[in-house]
Design a protein around this ligand. Structure first.
Ligand SMILES: *Cc1c(COP(=O)(O)O)cnc(C)c1O
Length: 446
């Protein structure tokens, strides 16, 4: 075995791609370039380390198997078993969990697996409404969870904060079998212990979905739900800076007997992941998860999460100082949510105008929103990517200034159409490029 086998393999792959499929290769290069030169303030994304992509590009992706380490339905799994065990062990260490399943193909799948492992179609779940910041997979009508289960929605209050009294009242009234705590657009801390007290009072299971805040949880910058919730799910590509995929974790309740009176919660979950919901696991993705889970326990990562939160606070403060309507008046995590309708704009217009200038954010519906999900009255910003590039509070001031320069220069025609002066576009684009070249993505440049 020669020593650079993996590197040579990846190199061979890229040169063959260039030779045999220049059309696709050109697009991939273009995307890589876009990432280098764009100010990405998308709350639901991050930047994975090049070694994550080395794992994804490894030949272990060829391996077909089913089942779990030492209980496979195919041969040839000696190495795969070790890799999956490593990922499981690292997930347990990172989150302080007693049980981890690293096979879910996504955060959405992880939620479907947990809910589907315990509930029959038609049984009741409770989740945060989409406009209040919940995720589609928490019971939205547009998703399987909303159509196969009887959903009770809870909401945020007038101040856009979670309304725990409402959660308690609705739970007592409707007796759900499972409560989902967690959000996709909520800039404040979530009190998982309080959710658990409510769940216990009504005899419900608690599922905590930490997709957006997983890094803060690992680093101890946010209350951990591992021993509060019966189940914790997360996607791995957001704040874990890993590959696209999901995880399911359990703490003190993993050995608890489930409602069938025979199997433990962990056993139910194991069977729900495979064979109930999924087939073959993706071993190259599991390897990449193992890599990400190793990186998040380092002191360097803890420092990164500190900067993520500090940057978000600075961004929120700067935008507020410039007159923007920052929901909840600030942030405890990586996320800043603006009511952009207060500026006479729509989410789609703000998103498009910023993108024309090299700043990527995403439109988001906000509490009480009357506009559709494709238009919206809100804008969601996040600092995972800029913090990874090494930007700090000073740069957040510049980001807020650039965002404001664009948004305050827009002339609105209707809900979707607008005019942005060419000189503003040129000016901001230039400054964005400057900022991006001063803060290169570690390991991404030539
Ligand atoms: C992003 C997100 C998910 C979905 O993750 P995917 O891996 O994209 O399916 C689930 N829950 C929450 C709260 C999320 O924000």
């Amino acid at each position: 075995m020669h020593k650079d086998m993996l590197a040579d393999f990846l190199l061979k792959g890229t040169s063959l791609l260039k030779e045999e499929d220049p059309e696709l290769e050109r697009l991939l290069v273009q995307e890589h370039q876009r990432q280098l030169n764009t100010l990405t303030l998308v709350a639901a994304s991050s930047i994975a380390h090049p070694s994550i992509f080395a794992c994804l590009g490894s030949s272990i992706g060829n391996l077909t198997t089913e089942g779990y380490p030492a209980r496979r339905f195919h041969g040839g799994c000696e190495v795969a078993d070790e890799i999956e065990r490593l990922a499981i062990e690292r997930a347990k260490v990172a989150f302080g969990a007693c049980y981890a399943n690293v096979q879910p193909h996504s955060g959405t799948s992880a939620n479907q697996i947990v809910i589907g492992s315990l509930l029959k179609p038609g049984e009741r779940i409770m989740g945060l409404g989409l406009n209040s910041g919940g995720h589609l997979s928490h019971g939205s009508r547009a998703s399987l969870t909303g159509q196969w289960f009887d959903v009770v929605e809870y909401h945020v209050n007038e101040e856009s904060l979670l309304d725990y009294d409402e959660v308690w009242r609705l739970a007592c009234q409707t007796r759900p079998k499972l409560i989902v705590a967690g959000a996709s657009a909520y800039p404040r801390s979530i009190d998982f212990a309080r959710f658990r007290a409510i769940a216990d009072e009504v005899g419900a299971y608690l599922l905590a979905d930490v997709s957006h805040i997983a890094g803060l949880v690992v680093a101890g910058e946010h209350q951990s739900p591992i021993n509060e919730a019966h189940f914790t799910t997360t996607s791995t590509y957001k704040q874990l800076y890993g590959p696209r995929g999901g995880l399911i974790l359990m703490g003190r309740d993993s050995e608890q007997l489930s409602s069938d009176g025979r199997s433990t919660l962990a056993e139910r979950l194991q069977k729900a992941t495979f064979p109930f919901f999924q087939g073959t696991p993706s071993l190259n993705v599991i390897a990449a998860k193992a890599r990400a889970l190793e990186m998040v326990v380092s002191p360097k990562f803890k420092l990164l999460t500190y900067h993520v939160v500090e940057n978000a606070r600075a961004l929120a403060g700067e935008l507020q100082a410039r007159g923007y309507d920052v929901l909840t008046g600030g942030t405890d995590n990586h996320m800043v949510i603006l009511n952009i309708a207060s500026n006479g704009l729509t989410g789609i217009i703000a998103e498009r105008a910023l993108e024309e200038c090299g700043i990527v954010v995403n439109k988001n519906r906000i509490p009480g929103d009357t506009r559709s999900a494709l238009i919206t009255s809100g804008l969601r910003l996040g600092t995972n990517s800029v913090a990874m590039r090494g930007m700090g509070v000073k740069e957040m001031r510049m980001c807020a200034e650039l965002v404001d320069r664009v948004l305050s220069s827009i002339s609105v025609r209707n809900e979707r159409q607008y005019i942005l002066p060419e000189d503003v576009k040129l000016e901001v684009r230039e400054k964005v490029e400057e900022l991006c070249s001063s803060f290169a993505i570690p390991g991404y440049e030539e």
